[in-house]
Design a protein around this ligand. Sequence first.
Ligand code: KG4
Ligand code: ZN
Length: 334
Amino acid sequence: MIVLGIESSCDETAAALVEDGRRILSSVVASQVSIHREYGGVVPELASREHVDNICFVVDEALREAQVGWDQLDAIAVTQGPGLVGALLVGLAYAKALAYSLGLPFLGVNHLEGHVYSVFMDYPEAETPALSLVVSGGHTNLYFLRGIGEYELLAKTRDDAAGEALDKLSKFLGLGYPGGPVIEKLAKLGDSRKVRFTMPRIKDGSLDFSFSGIKTAALRFVKENNIERIAEEGKGVITSLPPTVLDLVASYQQAIIDQLINRLEKALSKTEARSIQVSGGVSCNRALREQIASYFESKGIPVYAPQQALTTDNAAMIAAAGYLRLKTGAADPW
Ligand code: KG4
Ligand code: ZN
């Protein structure tokens, strides 16, 4: 079965054709990063307008790349939320119109469910029950995954998402948008234990995350060390940044990784999870992937993260999640 997936929840217009929930025939992503960069974050109205301009071309390109005709599609899956309302509406309206005109089943997919299933596209054998951590620009959610399609939210962030924390520090330092990839590059040049951040403790025994404390501490460090001025001078010339800035971003990234590992470890002791799965844009980060894998694999718990192209927003994961629903005979009303 071939499912056309469409994703337009934030600043990526994406379409993909996926066969039987796993085989990616094509995956096209039109990024709007260059449009939002000058604002240091996504501007919702601009995102919606870009989706309107791009959606037809992106879907056409996905069909062309896969060499699949409209008549070969079995269903249409689209992100129905969470996300920016105007942006979501573009994908939804397009997908509904297409499904209606082609007489195909229409499936509205939860964006986070797409991230969770991206792991199974590469690792269908990944053991369940599992701990599934979705770590992105909008969310930091930890689920207990009893089996495919059966999950329970164990913890979420009480303030910023991990990716948002990276994006905000990057914006503050004038290093560019999105912050995650820039900070990953710079962190390799700094000392990740030089600047000390405290691990946030949540008093009621919950496993929730919190990243606003380290963000505030980093901003204080920036002011105390007059970094703002130095970083502005070094804007765009990454290698010329002073060691203090490099140590700060390396330590900041490390503090985020340490907190994720801390919560995963606590969750592991409270559940019967047989594997750990990590997905979402921040899981593209190599240091994060390697550290989570080495920490838990040394304890005999396998760790799975999707191929890097499936970590940031894409439509292949939406098609895969839609396929799983389609198999159960589900379809959504208009
Ligand atoms: O999943 P995603 O594409 O969109 C949301 O659903 O939010 O995640 C985007 C987030 C951004 O905050 C971005 O800075 C972060 O993922 N990100 C990274 C990396 N690549 C993207 N964070 C750390 N390291 C990376 N290499
Ligand atoms: Zn996402």
